[in-house]
Design a protein. Structure first.
Lengths: 456, 461
């Protein structure tokens, strides 16, 4: 028996024949950046995850965790993949305590499944997270990549919502952090370490979240502007006001065109500011009125309000912007830049100028209240001949973000680009601690090697 | 290293006037707001990041421990130099470096008092939300180390949700920057791990804070109860109804008595408990929400609900709440504050059990706490000169932590583990969980320079 077979027969022993896949077609479908795994395993319990990981650690097999695969293009090129550890069978709600406003669920559940179940309890509850692809994205993947959406303006991100986690560490230990109390300072806040760690420190198996009751009313206010300066001045006034929108997004014209929600912009409409509102009914009506009034001061061309299905559809289209786009544009490059909140307007302006200067189309969507800008670079024909200029473009865009105390992360791109840039942007002074943490927690270096910051 | 030599070296780094080592000084820096005592080798008062870095580099090379310290309001013995070493006191690094309104951030040195920043922000119409009861003197360095809470953390989250970055001196004197004014920086969330690490991983020399516009409207109510249980049930029912007020605080009879004798906040002396319920945010619908809350109070046998009619009345209620610990200190020479936290649904049952523990050991317990967060603060009153009583206090404190853990809660919600609760960490964590935390300690501070002997209990590896 070849050596690998022996290693994998142990996996079959741990989790059962049916949960170990070695079919070459499936393995090929699970390849990341051209690197094929040798086996796909789907443990059904946390104990099984622990045994699989401990075995892999002993045998020095490389593990890459996977939920539903919506983020496999993110991060650097993996060094080697022996085992893909799928969380698909860890898909239970383990404790739904809406009266305490908390929920515990396993990492393989999709966020949509969780939201649907919560909406049915009493007057209805939700987990206030709205990252991309919620119908497919699993809780584990969302947390491991610190994925977020427009509503982060009001509710924050995973770090503000998670209060407990059960994780399998590389040595196979099942490590519990936090709990189900909303305040907890017992020991180090290990949850924080795992958020956005890309599965390089442990396999997230179960998490506990804070919940909120569903808002009484929701609405969208869409304001179109001719000039970026006007849109930006409006957004500035919004940020400094006592009004409480749940999201403020600024889109350029290309983003509006490419979005899977048809919006007819007025003739001079070049920028769209989309405001999400949710809360008590009275507050929605008043805020729409006041925001429209403020908009008038800054030269809005048109104000449109959306409710119920249209409102929902609009925000799904924003959230899942890149979905479908990749089919039409297989060489799509998605970038995420962060920077000082007050620079939202300047950043969008410079990004538009830089792309136009290189003759490349760019759709831009900015979380204008958070200082985050998503760029979708749409290279036209002759992609191969443009690789150098696209690499140059990413460098220029990174430089702009850095000028404003931020950075740029390449969230997805063709492999040819990935090979030529550091997808994690400019390195930071705290990297030495980041590296030491990885060495302490994963001394054998088996978890998701190559995909995280600095090649970790 | 002998003390004289150490002092001599430190004087070279920060100047004679900034190194303290008299017996009185060593006594004064040997305790905090907990029941523990220790003795440092000396105390240094750095004036800059550079000086902190030099001090730590020296300590690292000499193999001396370093304990950071703000105002010493710590309630779990986190700042006690139990193994001697250098206490780094941040009273000189107390500048607000920047109030950056348009980016909604403030940058402060660790010695700035919480309230000093709030006062500075008020003129811009901005707030920093966390509000530990000791905010008049609690420093940001301390808030960072302990992940401090406060009444308004119910709605806005605790310190960790409001600290976005820091300049940190590592165990060998190296200076790194974690997080920043901007969000979602690539890499592990080191800021998140450092907050609440009780000075065992690094020393912050600069903190970047989230600030936000002051809410448009605020409404504060006082709900008065004839039984503690009804007050507890009201809290569970408000959260259970999906309402998250800005604050939901509870004070019991003994606390009310103490507060009224010293502060005169207007709490009725014949009540068994009161709740301070505050709503904030947009003015729209606030009255309707207040009515919903009043309905819930009524269903749970409230005697009366009073709303603060003026800002002065509101401030008076809060003075009563914030001055409660101090007021209770007048009842007996000492108190032990427990900090157990439970799921909100368990509050009435756990409160009853806490009072049973008091009766079992024949100890007086006063309760004043963040009820909406499920964060209890039973204050066990005693006189430390009575050794038998002191022994019972420790047993009762541990028993309260145990019953919080058994109710699905934890042993500390906001005061930290420090020296006091190390043993009880094993009520809520397995040796594997602790082992994982030790790896984090090893990554940040492999030579155990910072605040040794705190937070993590010894385990068999």
């Amino acid at each position: 028996m070849p050596k690998t077979d022996k290693l994998f027969s142990k996996l079959r022993e741990i989790i059962g024949e049916a949960n170990v896949i070695q079919d070459p077609d499936k393995l090929k479908a699970y390849a990341i950046d051209g690197k094929k795994p040798k086996v796909i395993v789907s443990p059904g319990t946390i104990d099984e995850v622990s045994k699989v990981v401990a075995h892999a650690n002993q045998q020095h097999l490389f593990i890459t965790p996977r939920g539903n695969g919506t983020k496999m293009g993110m991060g650097g090129i993996p060094k080697k993949i022996d085992i893909i550890l799928s969380t698909s069978q860890l898909n239970r709600i383990t404790d739904s305590d809406c009266e305490n406003l908390t929920l515990s669920a396993e990492s393989g559940m999709t966020l949509d499944e969780v939201q649907k179940s919560l909406a049915k309890v009493g007057k209805g509850y939700f987990l206030p997270l709205d990252p991309p692809f919620t119908e497919k994205a699993t809780l584990g993947g969302i947390i491991a990549t610190n994925s977020s959406g427009p509503k982060r303006l009001l509710y924050g991100t995973v770090r503000d919502l998670i209060i407990g986690a059960k994780t399998v560490f590389p040595n196979g230990d099942i490590v519990v952090s936090g709990g189900k109390t909303v305040k907890n300072v017992s020991g180090y806040d290990m949850c924080k370490l795992l958020i956005g760690s890309y599965g390089t420190l442990g396999i997230l198996c179960e998490m506990t979240f804070k919940l909120l009751p569903l808002p009484e009313k929701e609405a969208t206010l869409l304001l179109s502007f001719a000039k970026l300066e006007e849109a930006d001045n409006f957004v500035r006034e919004m940020r400094g006001s006592q009004l409480i929108p749940s999201s403020i997004e600024t889109l350029n014209a290309i983003a509006v065109q490419k979005m899977k929600y048809a919006i007819s912009m007025p003739p001079n409409g070049n920028y769209l500011v989309a405001i999400g509102l949710e809360g008590v009914a009275e507050s929605i009506d008043r805020q729409i009125f006041e925001m429209s009034e403020i908009g008038k001061k800054h030269g809005i061309l048109e104000a449109v309000t959306l409710y119920s299905e249209k409102h929902q559809a609009f925000w799904i289209a924003i959230r899942d912007f890149s979905k479908g786009l990749t089919e039409k544009c297989p060489n799509l490059i998605s970038l995420k830049s962060n920077f000082l909140i007050s620079k939202s307007g300047e950043m969008l302006e410079s990004y538009e100028k830089i792309t136009q200067g290189l003759g490349i189309d760019g759709a831009f969507i900015s979380h204008a209240g958070n200082g985050i800008l998503y760029s979708y670079i749409l290279p036209a024909k002759n992609f191969r001949s443009k690789i150098e200029s696209l690499v140059e473009l990413i460098g220029k865009l990174t430089f702009e973000a850095m000028k404003n105390e931020g950075n740029l992360v390449v969230e997805s791109s063709p492999l040819s680009i990935k090979k030529k840039v550091d997808v994690w942007g400019q390195s930071r002074s705290d990297y030495l601690v980041v590296r030491r943490l990885k060495e302490q927690i994963d001394p054998g270096g088996i978890l998701n090697i190559g995909r995280f910051v600095g090649g970790i | 290293m002998d003390r004289e030599k150490m002092v001599e070296e430190l004087v070279k780094l920060v100047g004679k006037e900034n190194v303290l080592s008299s017996e009185t000084d060593l006594y004064l820096y040997g305790y905090d707001a907990s029941l523990f005592r220790g003795k440092p080798d000396c105390i240094v008062l750095p004036g800059s990041t550079e000086e902190v870095s030099k001090i730590v580099k020296f300590a690292h090379e000499a193999g001396v421990h370093v304990v950071g310290r703000g105002s010493g309001t710590n309630l779990s013995g986190g700042t006690i130099p139990t193994q001697g070493g250098i206490v780094v006191h941040f009273s000189r690094m107390n500048r607000i470096l920047e109030i950056d309104i348009e980016n909604q951030r403030a940058v402060v040195e660790p010695g700035v008092f919480t309230l000093a920043l709030k006062n500075a922000l008020a003129r811009y119409g901005y707030v920093y939300q966390p509000d530990p009861a000791s905010e008049k003197v609690s420093t940001f360095g301390g808030n960072f180390g302990e992940n401090s809470g406060g009444p308004h953390c119910l709605k806005y989250g605790v310190t960790t949700n409001h600290i976005l970055g820091a300049e940190v001196v590592l165990y060998n004197g190296d200076v790194v920057h974690v997080g920043g004014k901007t969000l979602d920086n690539p890499g592990y969330d080191l800021t998140g791990v450092l907050v609440g690490s009780e000075g065992t991983l690094g020393i912050a020399t600069k903190l970047i804070l989230r600030i936000m516009p002051k809410p448009e409207a605020v409404k504060t109510m006082l709900a008065i109860y004839n039984t503690l249980e009804d007050a507890g049930k009201t809290v569970s029912a408000i959260i259970g109804d999906g309402i998250v007020p800005a604050t939901l605080e509870m004070l019991d009879r003994l606390t009310i008595k103490a507060v009224e004798e010293s502060i005169h906040a207007g709490f009725p002396l014949d009540a068994e408990a009161v709740l301070i319920i505050e709503l904030d945010g947009l003015k729209d619908g606030m009255e309707r929400l207040a009515e919903r809350i009043m309905e819930i109070c009524k269903k749970n046998n409230v005697r009366e609900v009073k709303a603060a009619k003026t800002e002065a009345e509101r401030m008076q209620l809060w003075a009563g709440r914030k001055g409660a610990f101090g007021a209770i200190a007048r009842l007996r020479p000492n108190y032990l504050v427990c900090d157990g936290t439970v799921p909100r649904t368990k509050l009435p049952e756990v409160l009853t059990k806490v009072m049973e523990v008091g009766r079992k050991y024949d100890l007086s317990i006063a309760n004043v706490f963040h009820a909406g967060d499920g964060n209890l603060h039973p204050l066990i009153l005693f006189d430390e000169r009575n050794e038998e009583e002191l022994r019972k206090v420790h047993l009762a404190g541990s028993e309260i932590m145990k019953l919080c853990a058994e109710a699905g809660g934890t042993i500390s919600g906001e005061h930290g583990i420090g020296t006091e609760k190390k043993k009880e960490m094993l009520f809520v964590f397995t040796p594997q969980d602790i082992g994982a935390m030790k790896k984090v300690k090893m990554a940040f501070d492999p030579e155990d320079i910072y605040n040794p002997g705190k937070v993590l209990p010894e385990i068999q590896e």
